[in-house]
Ligand binder design. Sequence first.
Ligand code: ADP
Length: 364
Amino acid sequence: MAEAMIEFQNVTKQYQGGTPAVDDLTMSIDKAAITVFVGPSGCGKTTSLRMINRMVEPTSGSITVGGEDVTAGPAAKLRRSMGYVMQSSGLMPHRSVLDNIATVPRLNGVSKAEALKRAHELLDVVGLASALGKRYPSQLSGGQQQRVGVARALAADPPVLLMDEPFSAVDPVVRDELQQELLRLQRDLAKTIVFVTHDIDEATVLGDKVAVFGLGGKLAQYATPEEILRAPANDFVASFVGRDRGFRHLAFSPSDGVTVHPARTVTADELKLAGNDAAGWQLLVGHDLRPLGWSGPGMGSESVPGGSLFRKGDTLRRALDAALSSPSGLGVVVDEDGRVAGVITAEEVLAVIESDRHVRHGAL
Ligand code: ADP
């Protein structure tokens, strides 16, 4: 079994008054491997990542790195001991590329000459020409800036590298290059890398292990990419995996076969008066019958925002998106005027997708 480097023990993060952003996360991250956190936006990936270097403090639970509790020493020191790469390269605009890369070694007390020498070497490591070192970040392409971001994160030779959607702002071709480059780097460096993305393809390309996060900040599955693709743990993972892979064709499939059910609606006044103690979800609507959110069992007069909306005639992909992004698991159907026309269920959308696929394969 692989050696653990980072361990989450019953970690929960609750921002002011909200539902948990991360809910009781327990997981062990392998040393010298790439672990990818993947899932739709808002399901707690970034929060989980940031708790590792204490940019965010957990509400409860504990995290250890290399066997040591992260709260054992000062947060600033911990932060400097890990590389961090984010989506916008986060480079300092008024400093040259070399100075940017040399920042953390300088903070750690390395001499200027030594730090610059190392920065030069790192340009080569991340595949950049040394002539670029004198430029300013704005004089580089997006892909080059991300490479500098990676070089900077590697500058102090940290054992742990945290990467938060580092490649999601560049075009697909460059993104592909950066992914391959990271894999090549990792073969030589063998860092413990935690990588956040919302793209399942990126997760399966990069990850030795993949953690799929679901609604409400819950870990839905944690396994190798092969296993996640072959045996998704539940419907949520199956649809999330399928949504960006085998289901791409859905964008071209009509949704005629999907049954629209009547919606249980409630107005804010009614909700205030009676609360929602009923078993089941109620769709909160305005007086004009436009959807405003969802009220769940036991939520009293509170409600939560809804997911994406579905219009009759939209594609199957939109139907699936609406159902999966909704807190109630019911996708909201609206008419041309934006008024609630009913709801659709994820199970039924998936069933239509299945039969659609059989028809396709049968026809081929
Ligand atoms: P992801 O990275 O999966 O998109 P995040 O970890 O960014 O998810 O967010 C998880 C949940 O926590 C979201 O509902 C988000 O709105 C909420 N959240 C994130 N950061 C903050 C914050 N600083 N204050 C309040 N809520 C936050």
